[in-house]
Design a protein around this ligand. Structure first.
Ligand SMILES: [Zn+2]
Ligand SMILES: [Zn+2]
Length: 421
């Protein structure tokens, strides 16, 4: 029950398709010509209204809205509750990231979850007059399919990741301008942010048929439909979370094991040279991601593009043979590094993976296995059927007619033995 309903806002601003909740609220404050803190305060979206002095305000409501919060925003703005919920990261829960509903925190150790910060397409910002897409916040988004360019990671002026923190409660947002507040040590009274026009940021342009755009297309479609059916997945479509876990697993191995001198076999040269030139100043984040590359979301769009495009060189193949060939190359690279890949260690590549990755791994390992192991692991079938557990095995044995075992099967075995002698 809502005890304290907010006032109804005098000006209505409709959210754009795919817009992020914080982008829309900033546009609302801009149109109402009021401080951001006043809008959030009226909507009950922050516990404090201390004028932006608390620079570590939680932004949980950009991840998931509580029912009571959504009801207040609906009452004040007229925007439907379901639309509001679809403007938070919860919209992608279970498909592109995992969120703990109790703490409203994104699990950063699974599915390349990112809790805060957003990449952006400068051209999209120019077209939409500064409105931000929710999908730019995903660790899986690195390129704009419409404008054929990589997304930007930083504001080129202040060198910070946009939207890591709330816009200043004291300031009035200007859509499309960088809202990152100066450090308190530099400026004691937080204003309206750095203010740089982000539609002018430079990023790498890509040809319309570039493999990076194809990879981004497959990922976004998989996330949208919650089903991967491209490349090897056409044979056995998988839920988005499984396919993305497999891409993450392969991408992690590529980043860890393939030598820089061999990367040109995995991704186009323009991406490699742009990647070498890119620097990310968020040192702490980058340090963590470099300890185990691919374990958490890569820190930059270019590095994500590199990792995903390389992974799809295996998983995105239209048929098994070239995928198995590429997987063998990757496993050989792993053999040169500290962590070796065998039939028993393939499960260590990543959590949440499924039958497609397992099948390519086993098929690639096949020639190095004993014939009995090849049969047991079914390396020749693709996708390899999943192993049955003991209970299922006993059930099958019980339901087989005993006459089958006593007469027909031993005789066939004898024939086979006789034939082979
Ligand atoms: Zn764009
Ligand atoms: Zn800036």
């Amino acid at each position: 029950m809502i005890v304290d309903l907010p006032r109804t806002f005098p000006i209505r601003v409709a959210p754009l398709p795919g817009e992020a909740l914080d982008s829309w609220l900033e546009a609302l404050a801009h149109r109402m010509d009021t401080r951001y803190g006043d809008v959030l305060g009226d909507l009950g979206l922050t516990a404090t209204r201390t004028g932006g002095r608390n620079l570590d305000l939680p932004t949980d409501w950009t991840i998931a809205l509580l029912d009571q919060e959504a009801a207040r925003v609906t009452h004040a703005t007229g925007v439907d509750r379901d639309v509001l919920q679809s403007m938070t990261l919860m919209h992608f829960h279970g498909r592109a990231l995992l969120i703990d509903p109790d703490t409203r925190q994104v699990n950063r150790k699974r599915l390349w979850g990112r809790g805060n910060g957003s990449r952006y397409c400068p051209d999209c910002l120019a077209d939409s007059r500064g409105r931000w897409q929710l999908v730019w916040r995903l660790g899986w988004t690195f390129a704009c399919l419409q404008h054929c360019r990589l997304l930007a990671d930083l504001c080129p002026n202040c060198q910070r990741t946009p939207r890591q923190r709330l816009f200043s409660l004291e300031g009035q947002p200007t859509p499309g301008r960088c809202g990152t507040r100066p450090s308190r040590r530099v400026e004691p009274t937080p204003g309206s942010g750095c203010g740089h026009d982000l539609s002018t940021t430079h990023t790498l342009r890509l040809s319309r048929d570039h493999p990076v755009l194809a990879a981004q297309h497959h990922l976004l479609r998989t996330i949208e439909t919650d089903s991967a059916d491209f490349g090897l997945y056409a044979q056995l479509p998988q839920p988005a979370s499984v396919a993305l876990s497999e891409i993450r697993a392969v991408a992690g191995r590529v980043l860890t094991s393939v030598a820089a001198s061999e990367m040109s076999a995995w991704v186009p040269e323009d991406i490699l040279s742009a990647g070498g030139a890119s620097q990310h100043p968020d040192g702490a984040t980058q340090h963590k991601t470099l300890i185990r590359p691919g374990f958490m979301a890569p820190p930059t769009a270019i590095r994500t593009a590199t990792a995903v495009t390389a992974a799809l060189r295996i998983l995105g193949q239209p048929s098994p043979p070239p995928a198995i060939f590429a997987m063998r190359q990757l496993i050989d690279s792993c053999r040169d590094s500290a962590e070796k890949t065998t039939a028993t260690t393939i499960t260590t590549w990543g959590r949440g993976t499924g039958p497609i990755l397992r099948s390519v791994q086993l098929a690639a390992l096949g020639p190095s296995m004993r014939p009995s192991d090849q049969l047991r692991k079914r390396t020749a079938s693709f996708p390899a059927r999943s192993r049955i557990d003991e209970q299922q095995l006993n059930h099958r044995a019980r339901t087989l007619p005993s006459i089958f075992w006593h007469q027909h099967w031993p005789r066939r075995l004898c024939w086979s033995a006789a034939d082979s002698t």
